[in-house]
Design a protein around this ligand. Structure first.
Ligand SMILES: N[C@@H](CCC(=O)N[C@@H](CSC(=S)NCCc1ccccc1)C(=O)NCC(=O)O)C(=O)O
Length: 211
């Protein structure tokens, strides 16, 4: 039985980034899928430190907060291999992930609270955020957000960009570096296999069916 267990709803949401990271790192994990009906009963919610999912278990070690889970996995895999080569790179990677979280929060708010009326406006404003990542990846010749190796923030940005290509298929057409970054990372053999898996394809992106 894999040591890793992800407890979450049957959606990509805040867990597809860690799933891609684990897949790319050759790790296995168990999915503990929670239905919305079960969740509404409140018993599981009452056991969650912050009353929310995802919950991540590594044996008898339990974590909540999706970004804390990513940082934990970045530390434990291959001697911090997913966290840069030194503390300064690690800090830059955290900075990049914080910006991914900013974009995710904007996306989630639109999806769940303002999809019908806010989708067009969100897509119109999107280039302002995408252009920042286009410049970061253009300026860093290493091919990743920080340095010359993939970090946990790269998996987060990849997940966000894939979701945004569903929301607005042409959103990367004016950002050639981002477009090639998505193609290159998606072509990594283990990520490619994950993205082609039924498990991934069968999970809706969000919990309300909007994408
Ligand atoms: N900062 C936390 C945020 C966790 C979070 O928002 N979890 C949501 C699910 S993740 C997400 S993107 N939520 C957006 C709306 C949603 C609600 C319920 C199910 C699915 C999506 C949740 O548990 N909602 C249920 C509840 O609060 O009772 C993290 O990053 O893990």
């Amino acid at each position: 039985m894999p040591a890793y267990v992800i407890t979450y709803f049957a959606v990509r949401g805040r867990c597809e980034t860690m799933r891609m990271l684990l897949a790319d790192q050759g790790q296995e994990w168990k999915e503990n899928e929670v239905t919305f009906d079960t969740w509404k009963k409140g018993d599981l919610k009452a056991t969650c430190v912050f009353g929310q999912l995802p919950k991540f278990e590594d044996g008898d070690f339990t974590l909540y907060q999706s970004n804390a889970i990513l940082r934990y996995l970045a530390r434990v895999h291959g001697k911090r291999r997913l966290y840069g080569k030194d503390d300064k790179q690690a800090a830059l990677i955290d900075m990049m992930n914080d910006s991914c979280e900013d974009l995710r929060l904007k996306y989630v708010r639109m999806i769940y609270q303002d999809y019908e009326n806010g989708k067009a406006k969100y897509i119109e404003a999107l280039p302002s955020d995408l252009s920042k990542f286009e410049k970061i990846l253009s300026d860093n010749k290493g091919g990743f957000l920080v340095g010359g190796q993939i970090s946990y923030a790269d998996y987060h940005l990849l997940d966000l960009l894939l979701n945004h290509q569903v929301l607005s298929p042409g959103c990367l057409d004016s950002f050639p570096v981002l477009k090639s970054y998505v193609a290159r990372l998606s072509a990594r053999p283990k990520i490619k296999a994950f993205l082609e898996s039924d498990a991934h394809k069968s999970r809706p992106i969000n919990g309300n069916g909007k994408q």
